[in-house]
Write a protein that binds this ligand. Structure first.
Ligand code: SF4
Length: 211
């Protein structure tokens, strides 16, 4: 089994509910969509030559020694190997967090132990926030990037509602910009008035200059 690796390094989770956790970040090379504000554009093209044998990947993450693995991209679910890779990591005792744009599902996750993996869903404006409906059931957090495009109507779409009602909604101001924080506060206010709940969480790694 070969894994499409862009980069692997130890760091601190900078986004979402698990912010601050010590992690080994595994970035997959290759994304199925294109977002103009993507801050990892170097990980968008699919490249055959970056594939690394599983054994080498396991050796590297074991040397780093952190039990929380973050698989990000690129788009991890755009790679058929993701499911088998996660299954092996879980068996090896790792906790696997996956960040995804939510456009592609892999049914193998329906059979994996639920406590072993954590899905961080971040739907994208570039595909009109379209997701595979399975993520409504399996996502552990719904991370909405707040910019001029995100509206209350989008957040309350039927595919997102189970996650919003489950208090899994995170409003993440795009680029930590002041105007987007203002937008997030306005959205939060509207949601609270309707009886919903959300948290505003900025990108912590950018505040403290981590990669
Ligand atoms: S889905 Fe993520 S990796 Fe892909 S282009 Fe958008 S921001 Fe970049």
């Amino acid at each position: 089994m070969d894994i499409p690796i862009c980069e692997i390094y130890p760091t601190i989770q900078g986004e979402g509910f698990l912010v601050g956790s010590p992690i080994t970040l595994i970035r997959f090379q290759g994304c199925n969509i294109y977002c103009s504000w993507c801050d990892t554009k170097y990980a968008i093209p699919f490249k055959e030559e970056v594939k690394v044998p599983l054994k080498e990947v396991l050796k590297k993450i074991s040397q780093i020694g952190r039990k929380h693995i973050l698989i990000t991209g690129g788009e991890p679910f755009a790679h058929p190997v993701l499911g088998d890779f996660c299954q092996i990591l879980i068996k090896e005792g790792y906790f696997v967090q996956i960040e995804t744009n939510g456009t592609i599902w892999q049914s193998v996750f329906e059979k994996l132990p639920r406590k072993g993996f954590y899905i961080s869903l971040s739907p994208k404006y570039s595909v009109n926030y379209k997701i595979d409906p399975k993520f409504s059931q399996f996502a552990d957090e719904l991370k909405m990037v707040v910019d001029k495009h995100l509206t209350l109507e989008v957040v309350l779409r039927k595919e997102f509602l189970p996650l919003v009602e489950g208090k899994k909604l995170i409003l993440q101001p795009e680029g930590n910009k002041e105007e987007n924080l203002k937008r997030a506060l306005e959205l939060l206010d509207k949601l609270l008035k309707m009886g919903f709940y959300a948290r505003i969480i900025p990108q912590m790694h950018k505040l403290i200059n981590l990669p």
